[in-house]
Design a binder for this molecule. Sequence first.
Ligand SMILES: Cc1cc2nc3c(=O)[nH]c(=O)nc-3n(C[C@H](O)[C@H](O)[C@H](O)COP(=O)(O)OP(=O)(O)OC[C@H]3O[C@@H](n4cnc5c(N)ncnc54)[C@H](O)[C@@H]3O)c2cc1C
Length: 391
Amino acid sequence: MKEINFEDTKTAFRIKSDRDLRRAYILFKLISYPILVKIGNPVIKVLSVLRIPIGWIVKPTAFKHFVGGETLEDCQPAVEKIKTANVYSILDYSVEGKESEKAINAALEETLRAVKNAGKNPEIPFAVFKPTAFGKHHALEVLSGEGTSDAETKEEGEKFRNRIDTLCKTAFAYDIPIMIDAEDTYIQHFIDKVVMEMMQLYNKEKCIVFNTYQMYRHDRIAILEADIKKAREEKFFLGAKFVRGAYMERERLRAEKMGYEDPIQPDKESTDKDYNLALKISMDNLDIVSIFNGTHNEYSSKYLADLMIEQGIDPADKRIWFSQLYGMSEHISYNLSDAGFNVAKYVPYGPVHFVLPYLMRRVEENTSVKGQTGRELSLIKKERQRRKHEH
Ligand SMILES: Cc1cc2nc3c(=O)[nH]c(=O)nc-3n(C[C@H](O)[C@H](O)[C@H](O)COP(=O)(O)OP(=O)(O)OC[C@H]3O[C@@H](n4cnc5c(N)ncnc54)[C@H](O)[C@@H]3O)c2cc1C
């Protein structure tokens, strides 16, 4: 088996042309200036609220780099290109927090189309969705334990449950695994409850439904262990997508403002420790757990690969997947895939103004303050240098 080497930039950028690399370099360079991001993000937000067209700024830059396109069909060229290096795609309709019945139904229609598309397309191994697109925020909050629920809230909860059921039932019928993203802690309890019910319904023979465990929460190891116990007792398979978690700042702020215990780990080390422990616990229960390792962390990626090798698990075993976001950490994705592991890129798509919150998060986590950009930039630089010498 080939050794995993995240330093191998030739493999990492094998599907990128010189022009692609140049564009990526300029983008990461721009967002490495915190001041530009600090000014740019609110300006874009205001323009977007005022419905002033922003496509012309966003589309050729961040959108092109981090998003597959505006429609499912737009994404197909990217899906095919990525697959030439044996990396798969997961198409994520990036609509968040819709409130009106009309918008929710439109999101449901589009997500169902994406589920069926995945079911028919061997280059797409999973379907995925954001649960907040399918339920009213206030109802999810109340049903998660904040406040008292009335008849209307209960009805909203039932509608949410039925929409999630429609999506999971369709995934089951098309034999395509489906992942439910995780969001803010104060709405997650009800989402977890519904997703657990879906696993009990559809994971009897194998893993179709996957829940997401955000390991920056200090209660998640206990929840994972309880879920595994339940799956064992009730004889269903547990689908576990692991991420560290994307909403740390606003979680901490809300907890402080409202005076409840911070749900987030005290520091990065604790998050890392629990993340890797969750991988180990899952590997020890691989007979009933399927693992989706959603991270840009080199250690956690290598750690899972090493556990698989140690336990004699075939790198191509379909119970275990590695995943990075489209446009990020190519050195992890393409080098893991080159060594024979299952890798899929998370490719968001949707109209520009729908994917803005997603784009803002990517840009924010890529500012030099938070650290990702340094690594992305130095890898791109290294590869451009290597190509210069090769020519
Ligand atoms: C395929 C994929 C799917 C994803 N899906 C989701 C999803 O459904 N829900 C979601 O919330 N996010 C999701 N994310 C984003 C993810 O949660 C992280 O924000 C992002 O991947 C960065 O974490 P990392 O593991 O890549 O690596 P790293 O860069 O090693 O870790 C950064 C993360 O560590 C945590 N952290 C940083 N500082 C501290 C601190 N002081 N104390 C405690 N924790 C800290 C935070 O979670 C931060 O995002 C997804 C990411 C990927 C790659």
